[in-house]
Structure formats: C-alpha cells, structure tokens
Write a protein that binds this ligand. Structure first.
Ligand SMILES: *Cc1c(COP(=O)(O)O)cnc(C)c1O
Length: 340
C-alpha cells in the first residue's frame, strides 16, 4: 500500500497488452506509428495543433519554457510552481531563462496585480517578460475556471504567452466535472503527465501550436530526449488518456473519505476544504514522532512520506479497503508513537 504519490501506479493489464502488441518504428525518424497516433490523438483531443511525447513532465515543462522563451527572457510563475521549485532550476540552467516567481494565494492562484507589477518594461536593463506559467491542479487544488479566463485576458492584454503545467490537469477536469477542453482552451501550451494517476509507466505530453512543437522537438533531441521504438510506451499513454481519465472521481472520493477520517484522529489535522482532488495534507502535532510512525507503518507494508504535513495521495492501487487498513493502523499507532 503506497500512499506516497500517484506516480507509483503500475500499468493496467490493458496497457500491458497494448504495449506488447504495439506497432513500432524509429520515432526520431518520425516512423513510430503508435507515437504518431498518440501525438495526433492528444493534439486533437485537447484542441491544439500538435503534440510531443516526452520522457517526463519535467522534460515537457522545460521544452515548453525553452520553446516560448529565448536566452535572457523571463517567465512568471508561482513560488510553489513545480517548474520553478522542483525541476532543478532547468529553465535557468539549460535555457538561460529567468524565473520571476510570485507568492501563490492559498487556493493556488496568482494575484494579477502582483503579476502586473512583475512584468518588466521594454528597457535593456531588464529581462524580457514573455510567459505566464500556471499549474493545475496545484498541490491537489483546482484553479477556478473563471480564473483561467482572466489569466487568458491578462496575457492577451500584456502580450504574454500562457502555459499550463497540467501534470494532473485531468484531476482538475474530473473535480469540476467538465470536459478537459474547458480548461485547455485558455492556454497556448499545456503539459500532461501520463505516468501519475493515469497509470502509464513512463511519459508526458506537451501540446501547442505546430511552430511551438517543432521548436520543442529540436530541443528534446538536444536534451537527449529523442526516443526510438517509443511506441511501446505511447501505447500505454493512449490508454491513460482514453480509459484511465474516466476513473479519477473515485480517487477524489477516496481522498475526501481519507481526509475526513484522518481529521478525526487525535493528533491529525486536515483542512478538508483543500482536499479537492487526490491529495491530502495532514498536519501532525508535536506529540507524534513522524519517523517512528512512518517506520511502523512500513513494517506493516504501508508506505507514507515522512514529512509534516504528511502528504497522502490516492490512486488506482489504493482502494477503499486499503484506506481503511491505513486508518486502523494509524489509530493504533498514534497511541504508541507519542513522545511522552
Ligand atoms: C510530477 C509533476 C511534474 C513533473 O513530472 P515528472 O514526470 O515527475 O518529471 C511537473 N509538474 C507537476 C505539477 C507535477 O506534479
């Protein structure tokens, strides 16, 4: 039982069968029919001209930033943005692109007044502000649809491009119970992780215009991300989009259940209002020794992150009865793991 992340999901039987029989070719030559099919399906499905299959979400974000921005350009993003905080500074290191982070509001949005103040004037002292990058979901929270429309308007007004780090964007559309296009329509480019709650073993997508994707394809090769018979992976990626996207509401339901139950355990505190998708953050009070707790859980075959707050993530491989096992173990252990 692994609650650390939805990246731990394993490919479904349908995926394994499709992978085994996928027609393949050399994708660097553009010859892999399964990759080509995934890319054209994904572009069409999300309302973009073109798509690119990438090794990871980190690579897809980096390609987007480098395709939108040249050396000495700048992108606006949140302090908590994955592509600012958790991607080893790739945009700065490899793209010579300056990040301009803005403090995220508690709901994950960025204040337009602060963004406006951060846009640099056209003057040779400054980096050129080119792009706004948003993230949805962000720490499990869903950006409101009307906020996305406002962001589009803001970018048009200030001649910026708009990128979405949509690693878990299908969790956002499932939570709002809307078609994915209601979200994607606002963006010039968008990434999707196929290897998180959607259960593909490897891979992400970058979506955008023909021009953007052709630039990104060149940079992907430069970064060593040109893959050969990648149809083996793309076959699973297609099923991630066509099948696995349908079941995310179940993960959200399980997360809410877990959140309410955790909040009722002495020593655990969950802001249940922020549990909108498949991620639960539980603050643990100082009476509980987190290292001891996580080690005791591990001994019972239950993996959770040793952090405070503890992040619990629901996904296909943690069913409701496994959540009940976690809860009963936690109830028993919190009594023992108190530092007295
Ligand atoms: C996981 C994640 C990524 C990066 O994906 P990897 O495939 O792990 O490189 C990017 N953005 C967000 C919001 C993520 O959660």
């Amino acid at each position: 039982m692994d609650f650390r992340s939805d990246t731990v999901t394993r490919p479904t039987q349908l995926m394994r069968d499709a992978m085994a029989s996928a027609p393949v070719g050399d994708d660097v030559y553009g010859d892999d029919p399964t990759v080509n099919d995934l890319e054209s399906y994904a572009a069409d499905r999300h309302g973009f001209e073109a798509a690119l299959f990438t090794t990871s979400g980190t690579q897809a974000n980096l390609l987007a930033l480098m395709a939108h921005c040249d050396r000495g350009d700048e992108y606006l993003c949140g302090q908590q943005a994955h592509n600012y905080k958790y991607e080893a500074g790739g945009a700065a290191v490899l793209g010579s692109i300056q990040p301009q982070p803005i403090e995220n509001n508690p709901d994950g949005t960025l204040c337009f007044e602060k963004l406006k103040a951060a846009i640099k004037p056209d003057d040779f002292h400054f980096a050129r502000t080119k792009l706004l990058s948003l993230e949805n979901t962000i720490n499990g929270k869903v950006l409101p649809l009307d906020y996305l429309a406002q962001a589009r308007q803001f970018c048009d007004q200030h001649k910026l491009s708009l990128h979405l780090d949509g690693a878990r964007v299908y969790n956002a559309s499932a939570a709002l119970n809307i078609d994915i296009n209601e979200i994607s329509q606002h963006f010039d480019s968008m990434t999707i992780c196929l290897s998180k709650g959607l259960c593909a073993p490897i891979g992400s997508l970058l979506l955008g215009s023909e021009a953007l994707i052709s630039k990104a394809r060149r940079i992907r090769k430069m970064l060593g991300g040109g893959m050969r018979q990648a149809g083996i992976l793309a076959a699973a990626g297609k099923i991630a989009l066509t099948e696995q996207t349908k079941r995310l509401a179940e993960d959200h339901y399980n997360a809410r259940y877990l959140a309410h139950q955790l909040d009722s355990i002495d020593g655990f505190n969950v802001n249940v209002d922020f549990v909108q998708t498949n991620i639960v953050f539980a603050k643990v009070d100082e009476r509980i020794d987190i290292d001891l707790l996580t080690k005791s859980l591990e001994a019972k075959g239950i993996l959770v992150s040793a952090s405070n707050p503890i992040r619990f993530v629901t996904h296909q491989d943690v069913t409701r009865d496994k959540i009940d096992v976690l809860l009963s173990e936690l109830k028993a252990m919190t009594l023992q793991s108190r530092k007295l």
